[in-house]
Design a protein around this ligand. Structure first.
Ligand code: NAI
Length: 327
């Protein structure tokens, strides 16, 4: 089958070529949007990623270009208009689980870096500055961690934080029995927020969770809280978080995702004038750490993403049941 891969980087080309089982792979650097649909002409499937646009207009255009399958090479699919895909009889598949450890471990990396300031220490020492001034951190042992969303990634994250000797509280629509058996306590959000030293977001972006972190929920948090987001940028109201960083209500922020990331992340903009004032303001805080959606970025996860996506495509071509079907 001929498949158009949008928004590809060198690592996409490397891993998909390595595990390809005879498909014709058309690797495109362009993102998928209203202006790039025609690049998929002649293909039966498109393979897209988290910041591609798959709204109703794009899906209509893809259907007209002969596309029958949208293969997301991601777990999240909040950028896909599922109703439009169903209306045009386009199947949508995804990679439901690819190393939840990769993302959970990255969330922990953000916590440890913000806390112990290893990024600053690295630069200082290289310049011959061996001073410890302003590098004070805190013990994670004994601290209370709030986890919002305890699915595959949230579960691994809870277990790692238990390993540090933290008290772990959780909020989810459905309690995870395995975690409860390990002593993780489920609480309503309003009861969880005031108790936590660190809050980490691991729920998907839905209408219910959009801006779950906003001015109203931030005031419920402990003064000096650390907030970590490796899920989706729009879980956070960026303006409200900037205000809370200015007052010190939020003392540390670690984000691997950002509300307006599609114009920024995965690109080298080091010679550009960045127009997004919110990200520039965030990066000006000494207690904010931004990574550009690299939580998934391990060898194990890239292997799993390529293998599962290609298997989804093989199954579609063979007319088999699509186990990872979203629509
Ligand atoms: P999952 O589907 O296994 O777990 C999500 C959990 O969130 C479920 O337990 C669900 O019940 C819960 N949830 C749903 N709505 C909720 C609500 N309104 N309030 C509280 N909890 C709610 O998903 P998984 O694999 O753990 O991934 C979580 C998210 O991580 C994905 O949706 C995606 O946005 C993000 N992600 C980020 C990556 C990165 O590279 N930074 C890579 C992969 C995923």
């Amino acid at each position: 089958m001929k498949i158009a891969f949008f928004s590809t980087q060198s690592y996409d080309r490397e891993y998909f070529t390595r595990y390809n089982t005879g498909h014709e792979l058309l690797f495109l650097e362009a993102p998928l949007n209203e202006h790039t649909i025609t690049l998929a002409t002649g293909c039966k499937a498109v393979c897209a990623f988290v910041n591609d646009t798959l709204n109703a207009a794009v899906i209509k255009g893809l259907a007209e270009a002969g596309i029958r399958l949208i293969a997301m090479r991601s777990a999240g699919y909040n950028n896909v208009d599922l109703a439009a895909a169903a209306a045009h009889q386009i199947s949508v598949v995804r990679v439901p689980a690819y190393s939840p450890h990769a993302v959970a471990e990255h969330a922990v990396a953000l916590i440890c870096t913000l806390n112990r300031k290893t990024h600053k220490a690295y630069n200082r020492v290289r310049e011959g500055n061996f001073s410890l001034e302003k590098l004070t951190g805190f013990d994670l042992y004994g601290k209370t961690i709030g986890v919002i969303g305890t699915g595959k990634i949230g579960e691994v994250f809870c277990e790692i934080m238990k390993g540090f000797g933290c008290r772990v509280l959780a909020f989810d629509l459905v309690a995870n029995r395995t975690l409860e058996a390990k002593g993780i306590e489920y609480l309503p959000l309003v009861k969880l927020l005031p108790q936590c030293d660190i809050i980490s977001l691991h729920c998907p972006l839905t209408e219910q969770t959009r801006h779950i972190i906003n001015a109203d929920t931030i005031v419920m948090m402990k003064t000096g809280v650390m907030l970590i987001n490796t899920s989706r940028g729009a879980l956070i109201d960026t303006g409200a978080v900037i205000q809370a960083l200015k007052t010190g209500q939020i003392r540390y922020l670690g984000i691997d995702v950002y509300e307006q990331e599609e114009k920024l992340f995965f690109h080298n903009l080091s010679e550009e004038i960045i127009q997004d004032d919110d990200i520039m303001r965030l990066m000006s805080f000494p207690n904010v750490l931004v990574t550009s959606h690299q939580g998934f970025f391990t060898d194990e996860a890239l292997t799993q993403i390529a293998q599962t996506t290609l298997q989804n495509i093989n199954d579609f071509e063979a007319g088999k049941q699509l186990v990872n079907k979203v629509v």
